[in-house]
Design a protein around this ligand. Structure first.
Ligand code: HEM
Length: 448
């Protein structure tokens, strides 16, 4: 091989793994940029408690990684960080046929056509939630957005049937929110910190998780006793078969539901939190967006704005790590186990050779053309490509329309907030603090 030297991996920092982990944790954008600047488009990062992580930031290399055969790269094995949340039986942690089989069950309820049928539900949840937000006073949007997107995803996966009363839904939602507070702590990605001072946080998480499981199992049991063949995700999981023909176990049903709950709300809430930060700090974009929404014309600028938010602040800085199972050659390197390959979405989106003035927030760049191919990857790709993207787009459009129908958004601080990790994604560090100012001439009927 052309560049197989030393340990056979692309260059990277020689700092101890604890230092490298800390830098990525504390200053993710700067650290990734610095590594690319110093070591080139492919570089290796050594993190504590993880095999070597190889970051790829050339679109051609990422394309090759995403297209690799299923038995060569294992994204299921690479997603092990989220195991304590989703559970070891989740389809997200499986590879090859088992992963594909799980995805076949998950995908149909999130198909574009099915998602369109949820438009009214999303609008109703958004209008109710947003009506309760403060006006003329700074507040953090992220916790409120999490409650909103979690309610949407719970109603979507359990369907509109009677088995989930509002009391049960809100009890589950509130327990989930309490359980997931662990994702803001460094204890979550780093098992070494779960002892000593971190022990209290971890024990509280385990207690909350047991309570969440009790609530989910009760809903699942009621549904299987009722035996209705419903087409929502729970109904599909109860009818689904494993690759060996056996039905899914209660544990599998729980873990797959939890996977969609987790992947389906923290992400959208955080992307919206970034959207409001960016709009609050870019009044010209905000004004143009409100103009378009008020005109009841098309939604070209709204779409471009969301595409630009996804480019500028992708919540996943890298796609799910792909664990190398068999040697694979990409970009002049041969990768072998136990390396993990990470398609670095953040660096691709901030490469000046691919996006003019990438640090500028400018939706106009996508007007008329839209983003193209492997230069814009907020949904990842290949066999792990986000199955929830249509629901996420619907939610983001609906929330922006609803908020901007009656208020404008102002900043609560001098600068856009720094990133902060929550599990495997990044959110604005102070929860996206903004001020909502009532509009003098509110739009009476936001079209959702
Ligand atoms: C703005 C919001 C969202 C963003 C930016 C996002 C992004 C992503 C990304 C980057 C991946 C990994 C793809 C890869 O590694 O190649 C992913 C996977 C996934 N997403 Fe999303 N997502 C969002 C919303 C949603 C929603 C609303 C749902 C479901 C309702 C969802 C369900 C999933 C699932 C289940 C996976 C794992 C797929 C698999 O293992 O095959 N996501 N998402």
């Amino acid at each position: 091989m052309r560049r197989e030297i030393g340990n056979g991996l692309p260059p990277g920092s020689r700092a101890p793994s604890a230092v490298q982990t800390f830098l990525l944790w504390r200053w993710p954008f700067e650290h990734l940029e610095r590594c690319r600047g110093k070591h080139g488009s492919s570089f290796t990062l050594r993190a504590t408690s993880r095999p070597p992580l190889v970051f790829l930031s050339e679109p051609d290399d990422i394309r090759a990684m995403l297209a690799a055969p299923a038995d060569v790269l294992h994204p299921g094995a690479g997603a092990d960080t989220i195991e304590p949340l989703v559970g070891g039986e989740s389809f997200m942690l499986r590879d090859e046929d088992e992963h594909l089989n799980g995805r076949r069950v998950i995908l149909p309820p999130f198909h574009a056509k099915v998602v369109r049928e949820h438009a009214e539900l999303v609008a109703e949840v958004a209008q109710r939630e947003i009506a309760s937000w403060p006006r003329e006073a700074p507040f953090a949007l992220h916790p409120r957005l999490r409650a909103l997107t979690l309610e949407v995803v719970l109603r979507t996966i359990f369907g509109a049937c009677e088995r989930l009363t509002d009391d049960r839904l809100y009890a589950l939602r509130d327990r989930l929110l309490a359980m997931l507070s662990v994702t803001a702590s460094a204890v979550f990605p780093e098992p070494l910190l779960r002892h000593g001072p971190g022990r209290r946080i971890w024990t509280r998480f385990l207690r909350e998780r047991a309570e969440v499981d009790r609530l989910i199992h009760a809903i699942v049991e009621d549904a299987s006793r009722a035996g209705e063949g419903s087409s929502d995700l729970l109904g599909r999981l109860l009818q689904a078969r494993n690759t060996d023909g056996s039905p899914m176990s209660p544990r599998q049903v729980r873990d797959n539901l939890m996977s969609v709950v987790l992947a389906g709300h923290e992400t959208t809430a955080s992307e919206l939190a970034w959207a409001f930060q960016l709009l609050a700090h870019n009044p010209v974009v905000l004004e143009r967006l409100i103009e378009e929404l008020d005109s009841h014309g098309g939604e070209e600028y709204l779409t471009a704005t969301i595409q630009e938010v996804l480019r500028h602040r992708p919540v996943f800085l890298f796609a799910i790590p792909r664990a190398v199972k068999q040697p694979i050659e990409i970009g002049g390197w041969t990768y072998r186990p136990p390396a993990r390959l990470l398609g670095c979405i953040y660096l691709v989106h901030h490469d000046p050779a691919l996006h003019h003035e990438p640090q500028e927030f400018r939706p106009e760049r996508f007007l008329g053309t839209g983003p193209s191919g492997y230069t814009w990857l907020p949904w990842g790709g290949g066999r792990k490509r986000c199955p929830g993207l249509h629901l996420a787009m619907l939610e983001m459009k609906t929330v922006l329309r609803t908020v901007l129908a009656s208020t404008t958004v102002g900043p609560a601080g001098a600068r856009i907030e720094h990133p902060r990790w929550r599990s495997v994604i990044v959110t604005p560090h102070a929860g996206s603090r903004v001020v909502l100012h009532p509009r003098l001439h509110p739009r009476l009927h936001p079209r959702c």
